[in-house]
Design a protein around this ligand. Structure first.
Ligand SMILES: NC(=O)c1ccc[n+]([C@@H]2O[C@H](COP(=O)([O-])OP(=O)(O)OC[C@H]3O[C@@H](n4cnc5c(N)ncnc54)[C@H](O)[C@@H]3O)[C@@H](O)[C@H]2O)c1
Length: 372
C-alpha cells in the first residue's frame, strides 16, 4: 500500500451521508480522494460518482473491497448494516470509518472493535461534533479555564424527522430520535468533559407527532451523570419544525458560553420568492428563513475526513474511535431502559437477552401497561 500521495477512499452508500462524505473529502483533497463508491440501487452510486468525479462504481461493496489500492472505506449505509460491513472491510485489511451510531447492539459493537484489532486496521467513529469549529472553540476556552470547573454541558439536535424510510423502522435503525441524534449529544458531552466515565443515565421519551409512522420515540430528554461530578443534558427531536437545530450550552463555576451552530451562522433572511436551500431539512425558503453558509465546514466534516486520512497513514491517532462509539452505545441502552422503567439507570449497563436499545423502551412501556 502506498504511503505517498492522497489516501484512497471507497464509500459505501450513495445517498444523504455518502454525499456528505464525498463533498467533505473533495474539500480535503490535499490529503484524500474518493476512488470508488458502492451501493446496491442501480443508478444511485453512478449519480454520486458523476457528481463528484469518482472513477469506479460498484453495486456490491464486497467487490469494491477487492480493489487493492483502496486504503480507507467509509460506511454511509443504514445502522443495521454497520457491523457486517465493518467485518468485511477489516478482513479486506482496509481502515474503517463508520457512521454513527456505531451499531445496533453492544454485542455487534464489541465484535467490530475486535475484528478491527485482529486485522490490524483502525476503526474510526464518524462523530463530526469533535471537529465542529464553533464547538472546538468552546472546548478550547473551557480547557484554558475560561469557565472554571465546568459542571453542566448541554447539547441538542432537533429536526422534523429523517429523510429515509429505514430510520423510522426500528428493526433497521435500532431506535428513534435518541439513537439517531442523541448519539451525537452523548458523544459530545463525554468528549467535551474530557472523557470521564458515565455514571448514570436518566431519560424521558415519547412519540408525540409521528405515531402513524414509527414505533420509535420522536422526542427525548436525557440526563447523563459523569464520574467527575459533572452533568450532560441532551435534547433530541424528530418533531421539531423548521429544519435542523443544533446547539450547545456550557456552564462553569466562573462562566458560560452558548453556541447555536446553524442559526448562529446564518443570515436572517426574508424572501417572498424563495431561493433554493437554507439548511438541512428546512421545508421552505419563503418568508423568514436562516440560510447557512459553508455548512459542511461549519459542521467539521472535511476536517474529520482529513484527520481520518492522516490516521490511516499513521500520522495522527484517531480522536474518535470504535471504543468511543461503544461507550455511546452503552449510554443509549441505559437511556432507553431508563425511559422504559421510569428510573435512573447506573452504568456499567450491559443487559443480556435484548436485541436493540429501543426494545428496552418498548418492553418497559408494555410491562407498565401490563401487557408483558
Ligand atoms: N454524521 C451525521 O451527522 C449523519 C447524518 C446523516 C446520516 N448519518 C448516518 O449515516 C448512515 C447512512 O444514513 P443516510 O442518511 O445516508 O441514509 P440514506 O437512506 O440517505 O442512504 C443510505 C445508503 O445506504 C445504501 N445501502 C443500503 N443497503 C446497502 C447495502 N447492502 N450495501 C451498500 N449500500 C447500501 C443505500 O443504497 C443508500 O445509498 C446512517 O448510519 C446514519 O445514521 C450520519
Amino acid at each position: 500500500m502506498t504511503q505517498n500521495g492522497r489516501v484512497r477512499v471507497g464509500i459505501i452508500g450513495s445517498r444523504f451521508e455518502a454525499d456528505i462524505h464525498a463533498a467533505a473529502i473533495k474539500m480535503a483533497q490535499e490529503a484524500v480522494e474518493v476512488v470508488a463508491v458502492a451501493s446496491p440501487t442501480p443508478g444511485n452510486a453512478a449519480a454520486l460518482a458523476k457528481k463528484y468525479g469518482i472513477p469506479r462504481v460498484f453495486t456490491d461493496y464486497r467487490e469494491m473491497l477487492k480493489e487493492s489500492d483502496i486504503e480507507m472505506v467509509t460506511i454511509a449505509a443504514p445502522n443495521y448494516l454497520h457491523a457486517q460491513m465493518t467485518q468485511d472491510i477489516a478482513q479486506a485489511k482496509k481502515h474503517v470509518v463508520c457512521e454513527k451510531p456505531l451499531a445496533m447492539t453492544i454485542a455487534e459493537g464489541d465484535e467490530m472493535v475486535d475484528v478491527a484489532k485482529r486485522n490490524g486496521v483502525l476503526l474510526m467513529y464518524a462523530e463530526e461534533l469533535f471537529f465542529t469549529p464553533k464547538y472546538l472553540k468552546a472546548k478550547e476556552m473551557a480547557d484554558a479555564g475560561a469557565f472554571g470547573k465546568v459542571y453542566l454541558v448541554k447539547q441538542s439536535e432537533k429536526h422534523f424527522g429523517p429523510h429515509s424510510p429505514w430510520f423510522w423502522d426500528v428493526n433497521r435503525s435500532g431506535g428513534g430520535a435518541l439513537m439517531d441524534l442523541g448519539c451525537h449529544g452523548i458523544a459530545f458531552c463525554y468528549w467535551f468533559l474530557g472523557r470521564p466515565a458515565i455514571k448514570s443515565v436518566y431519560c424521558q421519551m415519547g412519540t408525540y407527532v409521528h405515531a402513524d409512522k414509527t414505533q420509535a420515540e420522536d422526542d427525548a430528554l436525557c440526563i447523563l451523570e459523569f464520574a467527575n461530578h459533572t452533568v450532560g443534558l441532551i435534547e433530541n427531536s424528530w418533531a421539531r419544525r423548521g429544519g435542523m437545530d443544533d446547539r450547545i450550552e456550557i456552564y462553569g463555576e466562573s462562566g458560560v458560553t452558548y453556541a447555536n451552530l446553524h442559526m448562529g451562522n446564518a443570515l436572517p433572511t426574508y424572501s417572498e420568492n424563495g431561493y433554493g436551500y437554507a439548511v438541512e431539512k428546512a421545508p421552505t425558503t419563503t418568508g423568514w428563513s436562516y440560510p447557512v453558509f459553508e455548512e459542511l465546514w461549519n459542521y467539521g466534516f472535511p476536517q474529520e475526513m482529513a484527520h481520518f486520512a492522516r490516521c490511516t497513514r499513521g500520522k495522527e491517532n484517531p480522536q474518535s474511535t470504535g471504543q468511543d462509539g461503544l461507550i455511546v452505545l452503552e449510554a443509549l441502552y441505559a437511556g432507553y431502559a431508563s425511559a422504559g422503567e421510569g428510573r435512573k439507570i447506573d452504568l456499567p449497563f450491559r443487559p443480556h437477552g435484548v436485541k436493540t436499545p429501543i426494545e428496552l423502551w418498548l418492553h418497559g412501556n408494555a410491562a407498565r401497561k401490563g401487557k408483558v
